[in-house]
Ligand binder design. Structure first.
Ligand code: SF4
Ligand code: SF4
Length: 125
């Protein structure tokens, strides 16, 4: 088992999950986004120790245990698996810090914003 980041993360990328992952198994794509590799973070499913620390840190509710991924995001398991299949296309994600090394403030979306973000994907495959 592993946790999975879904497309609810696309273009959010505050990296709150990255700060708490004890094994640095959350990755970012090296290249600009594409339909096959959207602008989001990805969990490497073999390295993930299934600790669950990242899930409550995500303000966009984008992270699920693999067996709990909603049907509309079922394809995102294969997106995350790209970190195993194409490791050279990814780098370990690092928390955003300012010039003094301080962690950047996190997004604090409202419940309506979280819902609106989810609805962006309602009609997409
Ligand atoms: S479940 Fe734990 S090990 Fe896996 S990505 Fe989240 S924080 Fe990292
Ligand atoms: S905390 Fe959630 S939205 Fe932010 S980068 Fe991690 S998975 Fe994406």
């Amino acid at each position: 088992m592993a946790y999975v980041i879904t497309r609810l993360c696309v273009d959010c990328l505050d990296q709150g999950c990255v700060e708490v992952c004890p094994v640095e198994c959350i990755y970012a794509p090296k290249e600009a986004s594409s339909p096959d590799r959207p602008n989001m973070l990805y969990i490497q499913p073999i390295e993930c120790i299934n600790c669950g620390a990242c899930e409550p840190e995500c303000p966009w509710q984008a992270i699920f245990e693999d067996r709990e991924v909603p049907e509309m995001f079922a394809g995102d398991l294969s997106l995350n698996a790209q970190t195993v299949e194409q490791p050279k296309q990814f780098r370990v994600a690092r928390p955003h810090r300012d010039a003094e090394g301080r962690l950047q403030p996190k997004a604090r979306p409202t419940a309506d914003q979280v819902l609106a973000n989810r609805r962006r994907w309602d009609d997409k495959p």
